[in-house]
Design a binder for this molecule. Sequence first.
Ligand code: SF4
Length: 284
Amino acid sequence: MVDIDKYAGFCFGVTKAITSAENELSEFGSASCLGKIVHNQKEEIRLEKLGLRTIDKNEMFANPPSRMLIRAHGEPPSTYNEAKRLGIEIIDETCPVVLKLQGLIAKTYRENPDRTIVIFGKKGHAEVNGLVGQTDGKAIVVSSLEEAEKLNINGKIVLFSQTTADFQMYGQVAEILKNRHSDVEVHETVCGSVKNRVPRLKEFCANYDVVIFVSDEASSNGRMLYEVCRATNSRSYFVIDADDLQAEWFEGVSSVGISGATSTPSWLLEDVRSKCCKIMGDKI
Ligand code: SF4
């Protein structure tokens, strides 16, 4: 038995951005996206073959495209201003969940200049850069419990998280800050698409002899969700694609569950499933 987790695969934010890129490609034959449209190299390659070009800020300035996609992670306000100055038409595919968080942070910053905004997330991550940009670069980014322990802030703190952050660790960061500071306002900003996956994934992993988790190494939620698999089922393996599968993982195994990150395309999960069936079939 080889099953794919029904909750695995693209979240709605990534689906929306990729659908928009596909629409651009079918209408214009090519499209430019600022940064990688999804943290999955296999899907990137598929879209590149259809004509999608990934550009960075340097390329945007050096050779401005006429139209440019902004991916689900979003961008800081400065990117929109620069694009406008360069005459670039923006196709904004910032995920609505990220857009809402950007708005909340911008409002907090605008209305409470005396408060310190702290964001729990991965330093340098595109979404986090977009969030920090709402505060003119003044928000403090905390990436670990150790960094939270070292914070020493006077006055009120307002805490937010990256939408794909590990929500359990976010809770711990909130506790650390509350223990060390008298006035901390905590906003629950981990995305439901990631948060809800955790209990469902635990339940899924417990039902199989072996779990195969498919993700790109660059995916933040992929790393976090794989740790959930490993904690629930010790025979969990992380693969980028079907080529990573090893026959010895399947020895004496009668059931395999396949899951993936919110950035793992369904076609890749199906590919992995076919190869698993082939390996299992060889052995049965
Ligand atoms: S994980 Fe959530 S916030 Fe991130 S793109 Fe998907 S739906 Fe949007």
